[in-house]
Structure formats: C-alpha cells, structure tokens
Design a binder for this molecule. Structure first.
Ligand code: COI
Length: 354
C-alpha cells in the first residue's frame, strides 16, 4: 500500500467560532494529495500544509472539466471522539464517478485511511456545536497539459476539510424551491448520476434566475419530458402524500445520495410506507389541491434534512405544511444527526470512529 508521508504546518490558523461557521468558506491546516501518472499509477500519497495548487494553464481540468468530487462529514461525539458516516459509500461512489469520467480507480481503502489520518491531524477543527460538522471534500482533477479532448494521463486526488454550519441560510427551517421549467440538469446516459463539476456549473444559470426572488435552489425535472421530478442538485427530494413517502427512483440521471439511502432505510425501519418510484410535478400539484400533500423535504450530506416550505411552479406557489417543518422531517433530522454525532443509537452500524 502507498505509504502516506506527513509534513506538518509550521503555523496553525486561528479556528473560527461556532457562530461564524457557514458552509465551505474556511479550511483547516492540512490537506491530502496523491498523484497519478500513466504507467506508474497512484503514487506519492502525502499530507501537507493547506496550500494553493500549482497547475499548468493547459491542464485538462480547466478546459474539459474531467474532474469528480465527493462530500462527506465528520462529527464530534459527546465523548470527544470523531466519527464518519458511511464513508465507504462515498468511496464507492467516487470510483463510480471516476469510471464515468474516465479517471483511474482509486484504492478505496487507501483513500479512506488518508481521510482518517488527515482528520486526526486536524481533529481540533471538528466543531461540536449543534448543527456543525467537519465537511470533507475529496476530489480528483486531471492535470495533463493538453488541449486535445482525451482522458488525461495525469491526475491528482486531493482531500480538503472545512468546518461548516448549515448549508442553507435558512438553517433547518423550510426553504423555498422553484421548479425549473426552462433548463435541464441531466438526461439518462449523461453524467447526472456522477458527482462531477459540469453538473453543478450547468445548474448555476437556473439558480441565479430565481435567487433574487428568494428561492434557495431549483427543483429539476427530467430532461426529456420535463414532467418527472428528479432532484434539487444539492439534495435528493422526498414527498409525503396521503401517508406515502415518495422519492424519485434512481434512473441514471439522479445522484445516488448516501443520505437519501439512509433516509429510506430509517423510514422503512420506522414502518413508514416509502416508495422509490416515478413522481410527476403534476401529482404533487394535485395532492396540494386536494389537501393530501403533507410534507416535502430534501436530503444530502451538506443539506442534511432540509424541509421544503414552498414550491413555485407555473406561476403558482405551492405552500407545503403551512411552510413549517413537518413531523417526518423533524424526526429524520433529529435521529440522523443523533446517529451521526453518537447521541443516538446506531442500529445500522453506519458510523465509523476515527
Ligand atoms: C454534498 O451534499 O456534499 C454535496 O456534494 C452537495 C454540494 C454540491 C454542496
């Protein structure tokens, strides 16, 4: 196995106060980096002080976006230990995204032990206040200087850490989401189920157009008929209609969220009728009209459980549960974060202590 060399920072940065934490603006003292060279494979695994990268301006990542990323979190337990949540799932998904983007596979065990080592070096950065965590961003970039459209011969796998608070400025309060009618995020056979930069870059325009009207994000419909609900981009979505909890079935263009999967398991464990199936925006609208749309929420690593208080669609505002956090969202948020932070029993053995 590739041994991890460690070079510690001479000077440590000042840690933020819990109330200063937003999402993704502050980074810890160290980072992990490993190189890939064609013919040699992955090599030179190292932890070094957090620093800028030096890359050739012709590096493929800048031009053709051959890059993937992951999002995971570490939490402090009441005993002062640090835990990860289902990290092996993120490593599997990283390699799935790598495959889609023609990036060489990474040794999942090595990547996970690198992440654990990096966090133990920067463990003072794991925040403990309610609603905070240490966000982990592993990513791969293609570094070969070449302007031809072809898979790169060289890559870097990098992991950075960021102490974070809530992803949305609304915190755990309901967000307003606009259903997107003009643009599409992904189509089956495209890159929608991979965690790659282009999916997010192409979502910016739609998001920008609704942001000044107070919408936190857009809800993407399928790319073909603009009829079926897909995902929000930063989270998967769930609807509770007449007692049934529905989330769009994975179809190749929806990201396979680790939190989505955990939510489904928890709901089933609690005995809720939960279905992964196709759901149209029209079905949600009809349920709103006949009074059976009980709740809606998003799930994601960054977003955790985010209640949806309002959906804007075809000029109408669909207000859900009087824009209040619903019972299921509250229950899921409490238990999920409780499991993640070691405050609740972990019936599925999801957490991994560092
Ligand atoms: C995550 O939830 O970790 C994500 O990757 C979503 C992100 C774009 C903030």
């Amino acid at each position: 196995m590739n041994e991890i060399k460690v070079t510690l920072a001479d000077q440590l940065k000042q840690k933020p106060l819990a109330e200063q934490l937003e999402f993704g603006r502050i980074f810890t003292d160290h980072m992990f980096i490993m190189d890939y060279t064609a013919g040699k494979g992955w090599h030179d695994a190292r932890i070094i002080p957090y620093q800028p990268l030096v890359l050739d301006p012709a590096a493929i990542v800048f031009h053709y976006g051959q890059t993937v990323f992951e999002g995971m979190k570490a939490y402090e337990t009441p005993e002062g230990k640090v835990r990860l949540f289902r990290p092996e799932k993120n490593m599997q998904r990283l390699n799935k995204s790598n495959d889609r983007l023609c990036i060489p596979q990474i040794d999942e065990k090595l990547a996970l032990s690198a992440i654990k080592k990096l966090i133990s070096i920067d463990k003072e950065w794991v925040p403990s206040a309610e609603g905070t965590s240490l966000y982990i961003r592993p990513f791969v970039i293609s570094t070969e200087p070449y302007l031809g459209v072809a898979p790169s011969k060289n890559y870097q796998f990098i992991v950075i850490l960021a102490p974070v608070g809530a992803y949305y400025k609304e915190g755990i309060n309901p967000v307003k989401i606009a259903v997107e009618n003009q643009f599409v995020r992904a189509v089956a056979g495209g890159t929608g189920e991979a965690k790659t930069a282009g999916n997010y870059a192409s979502s910016l325009k739609a998001q920008e157009l609704v942001a000044d009207k107070g919408y936190a994000q857009v809800l993407w419909l399928d790319g073909l008929e603009k009829k079926y609900i897909e995902e929000v981009g930063s989270m998967n979505v769930f609807f509770k209609i007449d007692g049934e909890i529905i989330t769009p079935a994975l179809n190749g263009s929806i990201l396979e969220g680790v939190t989505r999967n955990s939510v489904i398991s928890l709901l089933k464990h609690w005995g809720y009728p939960v279905n992964e199936r196709k759901i149209t925006m029209d079905e949600v609208y009809q349920a709103h009209k006949n009074g059976t749309l009980e709740e809606a929420f998003g799930s994601g690593t960054a977003a955790v459980i985010s209640p949806i208080g309002e959906l804007a669609w075809r000029g109408e505002n669909i207000v859900i549960n009087e824009s209040k956090t619903g019972f299921v969202s509250k229950q899921l948020y409490g238990i999920l974060t409780g499991i993640q932070t070691g405050k609740e029993e972990d019936p599925f053995n999801w957490t991994v202590e560092i």
